[in-house]
Design a protein around this ligand. Structure first.
Ligand code: ATP
Ligand code: MG
Length: 239
């Protein structure tokens, strides 16, 4: 369903991704792992048309993904978000839908209903009038999850959603992922941790500028692959 062919990204001389190709069937929860600077964020940004593609093809359901970006939802890495931006929880979630409903209809009943349901799902409806900057990290992460839910996207992309969140938030995120998968959605999740958290994924992509390995956790997290991606030292701990 999601098909990446020979994707290369060059940031004016810095090669971030080289010839990456993979295929993800619909309804899968896919984990993306690899060291700092491996090109994980760059990969998802390219998929979302946020960085220019130097070479390669990105298709969703056989059609260029660029032409159907409304079907995607994205929760960026925490460090990418401007938390001082003066906007309430409610508006963060409603904003996800303005593109689809058009500016003049943006407060349509349907949009409000979706926003409310999504905020309730992540336990953040009570705090809907709060400025986003006044929430804890885990609460902010849940608001962005609600925003992705309200968009009713088919392809959902999360950049390190489990970083710096407590157990409660982790459980909510995890349960929502399972529900989305059961509903046939496709999820790409960048995961920094190499431990047991990887058990939730249907398949893993191990990156270090190139695609080092793709497959089940068992196939991907081997000492050979980890050494190729991270260098020596990690293999004894995880593989
Ligand atoms: N906007 C940019 N301009 C120039 N180079 C960039 C830009 N964004 C990323 N890079 C470079 O591209 C490479 C891949 O970066 P990327 O952020 O995709 O890695 P990552 O795997 O997400 O790392 P991390 O685990 O630290 O989040 C790095 O060498 C980085 O310095
Ligand atoms: Mg990153």
């Amino acid at each position: 369903m999601l098909e990446i062919q020979n994707l290369s990204i060059d940031y004016r001389g810095t090669l971030a991704l080289h010839n990456v190709s993979f295929f993800v069937p619909a309804g899968q929860l896919v984990g993306i792992i690899g060291p700092n600077g491996a090109g994980k964020s760059t990969l998802v940004e390219a998929i979302l048309n946020l960085v220019p593609v130097t070479q390669g093809v990105i298709r969703f359901k056989g059609i260029s993904l660029k032409r159907q970006l409304l079907k995607t939802a994205y929760v960026p890495q925490r460090s990418y978000i401007d938390w001082d931006y003066p906007v309430t929880v409610w508006n963060v979630v409603m904003m996800a839908q303005t593109v689809q409903t058009g500016l003049f209809n943006k407060f349509s009943r349907q949009a409000k209903h979706l926003a409310r349901t999504a905020l309730e799902r992540v336990g953040m409806y009570e705090l809907r009038h709060r400025p986003i900057g006044e929430l804890s990290g885990g609460q902010q992460q849940r608001v962005f999850l609600a925003r992705a839910l309200a968009k009713e996207a088919e392809l959902l992309i999360f950049d390190e959603p489990f970083t710096a969140v407590d157990r409660k938030t982790e459980d909510i995120i995890f349960d929502v992922f399972q529900e989305l998968r059961a509903a046939g959605k496709t999820l790409l999740v960048i995961n920094h941790d190499l431990g047991d958290s990887l058990a939730i994924y249907d398949q893993l992509l191990l990156l270090n500028k190139r695609l080092i390995a793709q497959g089940t956790r068992h196939e991907v997290v081997t000492s050979d692959n980890l050494e190729r991606a991270y260098g020596r030292g990690l293999t004894r701990v995880f593989a």
